[in-house]
Write a protein that binds this ligand. Structure first.
Ligand SMILES: Nc1ncnc2c1ncn2[C@@H]1O[C@H](COP(=O)(O)OP(=O)(O)OP(=O)(O)O)[C@@H](O)[C@H]1O
Ligand SMILES: [Mg+2]
Length: 288
């Protein structure tokens, strides 16, 4: 390669990196904006829900009591019309309450994923944290959905891996990744006619004798190639509104990169498997 070619290649690489930084900054700003907006929406949303519930109570008790008191004095047609109007009002009100509940779930799940402001680092043991995160997410996913037996396997290069950092944040990442895996396994189970054994495996290996690599693999639906580059964008989701907000992976990447100085990567084959890789830097490994 001539010097001129090298120079052009380097300039192109610099431009690419500049764009990447700009894009990441925009995504981070979008995240901060999102939390403030969702926070602001929470109060008025609660008002809508509470007043809708109150309306139902007023219609069902007070208004019905008044109508019953006067029903004998009213012409029959009139009281029939009245009952019809009331049942329409109640049904509309129920629709408002149902939509309110959906909105409430989205708001709560978005806020629960917001990064904690004050983070304290402490010592924790990685294999135990993964087992606990698995138990929590399995229980939570299976109680909300139809039960699905998923084989779980966890292998590690050492029985104990002591780390320094914020375990709650790392737990949040594992829970996000495990819940995504359960969702994909459930979806594949529903679409399969042949026998299928849903599996989730976690492998912890020591890379280049210093970095910790955690591989989380499921044999679920896999991910379309055209989606792979969009997975870590905020709000990217293929799930129904009540099933996901599209923030799990975006926040997981933020946590791994910003709080642990690591990397979160993915590879997948559609219909076969999805594998997320968390690469942690040696600095957080204690006693190394
Ligand atoms: N293990 C997986 N198998 C198949 N698809 C996956 C897997 N993990 C993530 N995805 C895809 O990536 C998308 C984004 O995931 P992400 O966790 O960011 O959001 P979500 O799960 O849709 O919603 P949220 O996590 O906010 O509840 C998912 O909607 C899904 O399409
Ligand atoms: Mg998710």
């Amino acid at each position: 390669m001539s010097n001129e070619d090298k120079y052009t290649a380097l300039t192109q690489e610099v431009e690419r990196l500049k764009l990447q930084i700009l894009r990441q900054k925009k995504l981070a700003d979008a995240g901060v904006l999102l939390y403030s907006v969702v926070h602001e929406i929470r109060n008025p949303t609660n008002f809508i829900g509470n007043f809708a519930r109150l309306n139902t109570e007023i219609i069902e008790s007070d208004l019905m009591a008044v109508i019953n008191d006067f029903s004998k004095q009213l012409p029959k047609d009139f009281s029939n019309d009245f009952s019809e109007i009331i049942s329409i009002l109640l049904s509309n009100n129920n629709k408002i309450i149902n939509h309110f509940r959906r909105l409430e779930t989205t708001i709560d799940s978005t806020l629960s994923q917001a990064p904690e402001k004050k983070l304290e680092n402490k010592n924790f043991e990685l294999t135990k944290l993964i087992s606990l995160s698995h138990k929590l997410s399995y229980h939570s996913y299976m109680t909300k959905n139809k039960h699905l037996p998923v084989a779980f396997e966890q292998n590690s290069f050492a029985p104990e891996i002591n780390l320094l950092g914020n375990p709650n944040e790392l737990q949040r990442v594992f829970i996000n990744l495990f819940s995504n895996a359960f969702h994909a396994l459930m979806k594949k189970t529903k679409s399969m006619t042949a026998e299928f054994n849903p599996m989730l495996t976690v492998n912890i290996v020591l890379e280049n004798k210093k970095e910790i690599l955690i591989r989380i693999r499921d044999n679920g639906t896999g991910i379309k190639k055209s989606y792979i580059n969009r997975l870590f964008e905020p709000f990217f989701t293929t799930k129904k509104a009540e099933e996901g907000t599209g923030l799990g992976l975006y926040l997981s990447k933020e946590i791994i990169e910003k709080q642990f100085g690591g990397k979160l990567l993915v590879n997948s084959s559609l219909g076969e498997y999805t594998c997320f890789e968390i690469l942690l830097t040696p600095e957080i490994l204690l006693g190394s």
